[in-house]
Design a binder for this molecule. Structure first.
Ligand code: TYD
Length: 431
């Protein structure tokens, strides 16, 4: 078993998340609202870690009353947007995923308020991996020091646990609690701070930390997610938002599309969508989509999945089933011509953006000129829509139907939660 410790206790800021951008921006906001001269980026970075009031006094020369007001202004911004202006260090999501899969107990021990810790882990899709979040809240106000937090987080014999943190007090707290300590050298503690407090080990980066905790245990697998729906359902915008979100989790994402996604298939796309291809038979169209898909899987999708990346594909084989199979009436033959390519490559999650063709058309009016397939709309679009809904109701678990009539933000929140359910699912399927 590759697990070096049965329980891993993590600190949050500077160990899992890089939270400085939101802290610096909120400090800058408070300083400017108070009418004090702006601080340099280096000075703003000094707000990460120490109590806020002390920093306003030390760095801006505020008196007591001013530093109280500035702290309130800081919180005003940080509570709304600042806490989200963070990201997970690249490699840490993968590490936590793999620790969980190997059966480790994973606990958070942070001095930040428990509400904010839970909100942060939830937003970054990590909460389901954690057995417990130990942090100050109204019910445990007596727990203040890191030693107390670590002690109350322990669920196993001390000798089987380790604490990972980026500051002196994480390391000292671990030692006082009798727990092995690993310093996260990539966080906010300086090299001098970390070497002088004597951790049992120092991880220079998340890859180092992985070796210390997991040896060479297998890595998180790749995930294949496809986004589908009628023309104009808004999936392209959502795909972009999802890519950005997954990148803030430090994951490697390949965003691609069909028809297209690699040079040969992009050329086939040109033939398929060009208005001058008006005389194309339905069968020719279906075969070209399947041909482009085969090449796309070979050149782009499989290599990315093999490297443990997340592949987001804007349309895939379900579009052929809906457009050519149902829309053009070619039926099951479309499944057959796609079968060979799909044997090697089925999505784990297919999100269908549900918006009726009439609504979708309204949304698209005013956008760029329609392509050949869009020109043959109306009846085709209705059949395509019905086909996507039928696929969602087929009982195959990978289909998730998402209401796409709301605002982009609402739709994205649904998409984000669905994606997190896939990444954190013990079975590799969305429940
Ligand atoms: P595109 O401009 O990418 O449209 P969208 O943004 O709606 O995805 O054009 C792709 C068109 O090709 C779209 O109308 C759907 C159609 N299509 C099929 O008919 N069959 C398929 O297998 C695929 C992948 C797309």
């Amino acid at each position: 078993m590759p697990l070096k410790f049965r329980q891993v206790i993590f600190d949050l800021d500077g160990t899992i998340t890089r939270s400085a951008p939101g802290i610096c921006a909120s400090a800058a906001y408070a300083v400017s609202k108070m009418g004090f001269p702006a601080l340099s980026d280096d000075k703003l970075l000094e707000f990460v870690g120490p109590p806020l009031r002390d920093s306003f006094t030390r760095l801006c020369g505020m008196n007591d009353e001013e530093s109280v007001r500035a702290t309130a202004l800081f919180r005003e911004r940080h509570a709304v947007i600042g806490w989200k202006e963070a990201s997970v260090y690249p490699g840490i999501y993968e590490l936590i995923y793999s620790l969980r899969r190997e059966g480790a107990l994973i606990t958070l021990a942070s001095s930040k308020s428990k509400g904010l810790c839970v909100k942060t882990l939830e937003y970054f899709g990590l909460l389901p991996f954690f057995d417990e979040v130990v942090a100050p809240n109204e019910n445990n106000a007596h727990i203040v020091t890191k030693r107390e937090l670590i002690t109350s987080a322990l669920k196993t014999d001390k000798a089987d646990a380790c604490m990972v943190g980026d500051r002196r007090f994480d390391i000292e707290g671990a030692r006082q609690a009798g727990v092995y300590s690993i310093a996260a050298g990539y966080g906010y503690g300086s090299a001098e701070e970390l070497t002088s407090c004597g951790p049992d080990a120092i991880a220079r980066d998340p890859a180092d930390l992985r070796t210390l905790l997991l040896g060479n245990a297998p890595r998180m697998p790749g995930f294949f997610i496809t986004l589908e729906g009628s023309d104009g359902c808004g999936k392209t915008t959502q795909s972009r938002l999802l890519k950005t979100y997954l990148e803030t989790l430090g994951l490697d994402v390949v965003a691609t599309r069909e028809p297209g996604g690699c040079p040969i298939s992009e050329r086939i796309r040109g033939v398929l969508l060009d208005v001058s291809s008006m005389g194309m038979t339905d069968e020719c169209e279906a075969l070209l989509f399947a041909a482009a898909r085969q090449q796309h899987i070979h050149d782009t999708i499989l290599p990315a999945l093999e490297q443990g990346k997340i592949v987001l594909c804007d349309r895939f084989a379900d579009s052929s089933i809906a457009y050519q199979g149902y829309g053009r009436g070619l039926g099951d033959w479309v499944r057959q011509i796609n079968e060979r390519a799909l044997q090697k490559c089925t999505p784990q999650l297919t999100v269908v953006f549900d918006i009726s063709p009439d609504e979708a058309l309204k949304r698209r009016l005013g956008e760029q000129a329609a392509d050949r397939i869009e020109l043959s709309r109306e009846a085709l679009q209705r059949r395509v829509y019905e086909a996507f809904i039928a696929l969602c109701e087929s009982g195959e678990k990978r289909y998730k139907r998402l209401d796409a009539t709301g605002s982009p933000e609402q739709i994205f929140e649904d998409l984000r939660q669905t994606t997190v359910r896939l990444l954190t699912s013990p079975t590799g399927e969305v429940e």
